[in-house]
Design a protein around this ligand. Structure first.
Ligand SMILES: Cc1cc2nc3c(=O)[nH]c(=O)nc-3n(C[C@H](O)[C@H](O)[C@H](O)COP(=O)(O)OP(=O)(O)OC[C@H]3O[C@@H](n4cnc5c(N)ncnc54)[C@H](O)[C@@H]3O)c2cc1C
Length: 509
């Protein structure tokens, strides 16, 4: 085990692993500290009833930049499959294909809703000045709703999509995903989340009688989404990086020209086993060093932190000023309970995912991982369904012990086939979605400005930048961070340019 390294990376999710691999390939000595007992973070896979499953529906989107896709193809070979999307979304009490398709929407939506969507499409220029999404604050355009000039998720989507689709689809989904009504969520959430193939564009195509729809394919590895992070970890280790699992960083002491990190044994989690309730994410360990013992010390030339930015603020000594600590405390992450239902009866449906935005169940999505890939490893007579239930850590859903009733009720309420339930496995993940509550930007800016002053420490990744992002975005951050490392130190202007690119990331569903 190293006692010093050119680079120490906190967190072995895709952002940390991508950085570790790229830096090790450049010849730097790299150590990754990962608190969990496995690599991959939210992008890891694990096994339930002999079937590889993910932390909710995960797919590699076609928007992945070509250089990242090429690297992943080199690592995964034919195991990285290209698959047709085959999802369904429940709207107005019926299922339509997702991603949305104009022709199908026109046929399947109730006539009243369709007429309202069409009316909203015609009047859209009056609502948004013909610009589609209102721009971010500072960009010169603010959403006007009910006379007040507020930049909110509700305001931005009502202006761009119209009230009919917003009320039917996005308003109830926001409450389920982020625990807040759209009026209390910042407009940034709409700009970062709602994709190019928005219902607004669909609605325009309906009006013009054009066929359409994007996002028809996705990439997915034969052995589960986590095969991507396992491959990144193996490549990083092969290039010379050391990955310490079950090792939490407990203190960061920036010094002249280097940083001293203290570590302790983290909760090294076991593989998921059927019939068990798991505490948090688990998965394959990959090729890595064993758990750290208590009281470790490592000295780094530079630290890349991909752990939650508020957690970073608690680790650095001396810590941030009181107002920054308060700002950090106001940034909230949404948690998620993942319920895996083992169905003894072959494939449940031919669909990869069912999206459930409506208020009649707290479940937002049900995915069937075996339908994301073609794999002889998946048994013919059994399948696993993953129910995603966003919540707040510690609330009633988080504390629920028996989810079998919720599974049955959700399927019945959504008009979906029942399951022949052989087992349930539950995982609870505390940091899943950054919540962009109104006012978050000021709290984040204060914390981010302080983080930029910590010598030789750089924060990035989904948790590290409080960014609602995809795996390819996380990987891109890791690559860009390494590219800002120079022979003599750190290229601050290259990193500023990279941060500007990250702020343009839009999440794909
Ligand atoms: C339900 C859901 C569905 C998603 N679907 C998709 C999808 O379809 N396609 C897609 O591309 N992306 C998807 N994503 C996003 C994707 O999971 C993330 O973008 C990606 O995993 C972020 O990578 P990261 O490395 O930044 O963070 P993470 O994956 O969160 O990794 C951070 C790591 O840091 C570790 N850590 C935390 N604290 C400490 C500490 N103190 N010390 C040491 N280590 C620590 C954690 O254990 C974790 O391993 C989805 C996410 C969710 C929640």
């Amino acid at each position: 085990m190293r006692t010093s390294a050119d680079l120490v990376v906190l967190g072995a999710g895709p952002s940390g692993l991508a950085a570790a691999w790229r830096a090790a390939r450049r010849g730097l000595s790299v150590t990754v500290l990962e608190r969990a007992g496995h690599v991959g973070g939210l992008s890891a896979s694990f096994e339930v009833a002999g079937i590889r499953v993910d932390h909710g529906s995960h797919r590699l989107h076609p928007a992945t930049p070509p250089h990242l896709l090429a690297d992943l193809r080199r690592l995964l070979g034919d195991d990285l499959q290209t698959r047709p999307r085959n999802g369904r979304l429940r709207i107005a009490g019926r299922f339509v294909g997702f991603p949305l398709r104009a022709g199908e929407l026109a046929r399947r939506l109730p006539p009243g809703l369709l007429a309202a969507v069409a009316r909203d499409a015609v009047t859209a220029p009056l609502r948004s000045g013909g610009r589609g999404f209102p721009e971010a604050p500072g960009g010169g355009s603010r959403t006007v709703r009910g006379g007040d000039r507020a930049d909110t998720y509700a305001g931005a989507l009502r202006a761009s999509l119209g009230p009919a689709l917003y009320d039917a689809l996005y308003a109830p989904y926001a409450v389920k995903l982020w625990g807040l009504p759209g009026e209390e969520i910042d407009g940034d959430q709409a700009r970062r989340r709602v994709t190019a193939d928005s219902p607004w564009k669909i609605a325009k195509r309906i009006l013009r009688g054009q066929p359409g729809g994007q996002g028809k394919i996705f990439h997915y590895p034969r052995r589960g989404f986590g095969q991507i992070v396992d491959a990144l970890a193996e490549a990083a280790v092969a290039a010379g990086a050391e990955i310490r699992l079950g090792t939490a960083c407990t203190r960061i002491e920036p010094a002249e020209g280097s940083v001293v990190l203290r570590t302790s044994a983290g909760p090294a989690l076991p593989e998921a086993a059927p019939g068990r309730t798991e505490g948090a994410a688990g998965g394959p360990a990959g090729e890595a060093a064993g758990p750290d013992t208590a009281g470790g010390r490592i000295e780094a030339g530079r630290v890349f932190s991909t752990i939650p930015m508020p957690a970073l603020a608690r680790l650095v000594e001396p810590g941030p000023p009181e107002e920054v600590v308060r700002a950090a405390g106001r940034l909230a992450f949404r948690a998620m309970v993942l319920v895996y239902a083992v169905h003894e009866g072959g494939r449940w449906t031919p669909y990869d995912a069912h999206y459930l935005p409506g208020p009649d169940t707290p479940v937002t999505r049900i995915s069937e991982p075996a339908n994301y890939r073609v794999s002889a490893d998946d048994p013919a007579g059994r399948t696993v369904l993953c129910f995603e239930i966003p919540c707040a850590a510690g609330d009633g859903i988080w504390a629920t012990e028996d989810f079998s009733g919720l599974v049955d009720e959700t399927l019945a309420a959504s008009g979906l086939p029942p399951v022949d339930l052989a087992d349930l496995v539950v995982r609870r993940v505390p940091h899943v979605y950054p919540v962009y509550a109104t006012g978050y930007a000021a709290h984040l800016a204060g914390l981010d400005a302080w983080a930029a002053t910590v010598p030789n420490v750089t924060t990035f990744g989904r948790l590290g930048l409080f960014a609602h992002d995809n795996t390819h975005h996380a990987m891109a951050m890791g690559y860009d961070a390494v590219d800002a490392l120079t022979a003599t130190g750190w290229d601050a202007s290259a990193w500023r340019a990279a941060r500007a690119r990250f702020s343009a990331h839009v999440v794909e569903d």
